[in-house]
Design a protein around this ligand. Structure first.
Ligand code: SF4
Length: 420
């Protein structure tokens, strides 16, 4: 791996460097006989990292494969195994990738689809950890990984919050599972849990989250120095490295750059007058068409300034307090009642001064998609702003139409201009 001067590197260089470093570390850990864990994106990494386990994140890995136009091969492998098209494409891409790694491990030969894949190489896991605070697909997906590979599966079961605020018994139920996970890790690792390191990791997560939220706050400025699509680009580190200082260092650099840019009168699209309107985006990015979704908005002068999705990793809690940590991991907006979800959406649109919203009706993600129509209607009723929706999918390119997206964006911008 190339060496980098952290103080002199740009945030973009740090992002690339740390993303590659995380994969490298997982490969090195495997070679050295250390444990590797595959983890759901909003499952708590604190316990595993405190036990020095290398972490790999299948959702982020699948997103990277999708962005590099390699997801169709992995989807084909999963579909041949019988995984239905209606299952989340992150799960199908990862289960396909796992199948190829497994074949390689069993035969000693690298399958062609794996050899030709643009995917960053990651090793097979020794254990997996999952959490249903963003969907229940993550339970069955990880159970299948554990069954196929005959490895332990740690599940943090998080109840859906039908009412707000979060009830104490719910926090206690989740905190008890953190304690149970610690016992499992002690058995798997064959040593006592390191509570001192655990506290340090919790503090690190808080520092990473603070800088992540600082970056997102720049979209509230008018004109915005932050192009909201950069939250998608940088998201890999808040998912995969919030328990390490990699995320904190990179986000701090990025936030400092945004501050300097704003002070110099430079904004998301360059000069102030290039920001013709501001829109919120609801849902996961279309990784397979990230450039197209961004450029279509840019062509209309529409800056994406608000999205609830990156806020899912705003996991603020008090280090040393298990109930507080439990609350942070259950308060994810898509794990709460419609009223709360709609209010989070409204608050995001309000704070970012969004004049319209683009809703991604994601074929993969039923729970997030559910918010879109009701959420859009709520925005129109409460804030009087228009919304449009489009059909898509985060990593299955067969479910996206460039023409449909373009016409929806044009319609939104026309509605925004009419209101003005
Ligand atoms: S994209 Fe949606 S369905 Fe798929 S893992 Fe994420 S939350 Fe679950």
């Amino acid at each position: 791996m190339n060496v980098i001067n952290i103080n002199e590197a740009s945030a973009k260089e740090l992002l690339g460097y740390y993303q590659a470093k995380l994969d490298e570390e997982a490969r090195e850990a495997k070679k050295a006989g250390k444990l590797v864990c595959w983890s759901a994106s909003v499952a708590p990494p604190e316990m595993c990292v405190a036990m020095d386990i290398a972490m790999v994140y299948p959702e982020t890995h699948a997103a990277g494969i999708g962005a590099r136009k390699g997801s169709l091969d992995m989807l084909a492998v999963a579909e041949q195994k019988g995984y239905n098209l209606d299952i989340c494409s992150y799960a199908r891409v990862n289960l396909g990738y796992m199948e190829l790694l497994k074949q390689e491990a069993m035969t000693g030969e690298t399958p062609e689809k794996l050899a030709n894949s643009p995917a960053a190489r990651v090793p097979l896991p020794d254990l997996v950890i999952t959490c249903n605070n963003i969907c229940n697909t993550l339970l069955k997906w990880y159970e299948n990984l554990a069954k196929e590979l005959d490895i332990p599966c740690i599940i943090i079961d998080v109840p859906f919050n039908h009412t707000m605020p979060i009830q104490r018994r719910c926090k206690e139920y989740i905190a008890a599972q953190f304690e149970e996970a610690i016992k499992i890790l002690e058995k798997v690792c064959g040593r006592k849990f390191d509570y001192d390191k655990f506290l340090e990791v919790q503090k690190q997560v808080q520092r990473s989250v603070e800088q992540w939220n600082r970056v997102a706050s720049f979209a509230q400025l008018e004109p915005s120095p932050l192009n909201g699509f950069d939250l998608f680009n940088y998201m890999g580190l808040i998912v995969c490295a919030r328990a390490r200082d990699y995320a904190e260092i990179t986000f701090k650099k990025f936030a400092d750059e945004l501050q300097a840019k704003y002070e110099a009168g430079q904004y998301a699209f360059g000069a102030a007058e290039n920001e013709k309107c501001r829109v919120a985006w609801e849902g996961i990015a279309v990784w397979t068409y990230l450039g197209h979704t961004f450029k279509t908005l840019k062509k209309e002068g529409a800056v994406m300034v608000g999205s609830c999705y990156p806020g899912m990793w705003s996991l603020v809690y008090k280090p040393g307090d298990m109930l507080s940590m439990a609350e942070a991991y259950t308060k994810i907006y898509i794990n709460t009642c419609l009223e709360n979800r709609a209010n989070v959406l409204k608050e995001t649109a309000e704070k970012s001064h969004s004049e319209g919203a683009v809703m991604h009706l994601n074929r993969s993600c039923k729970l997030m998609g559910f918010l879109n129509n009701e959420g859009g209607e709520y925005l129109t009723k409460e804030l009087g702003i228009p919304y449009v929706s489009f059909d898509g999918d985060q990593t299955d390119p067969r479910n996206y139409s460039e023409a449909q997206y373009e016409t929806r964006v044009q319609a939104l911008v026309e509605m925004i201009q009419e209101r003005k």
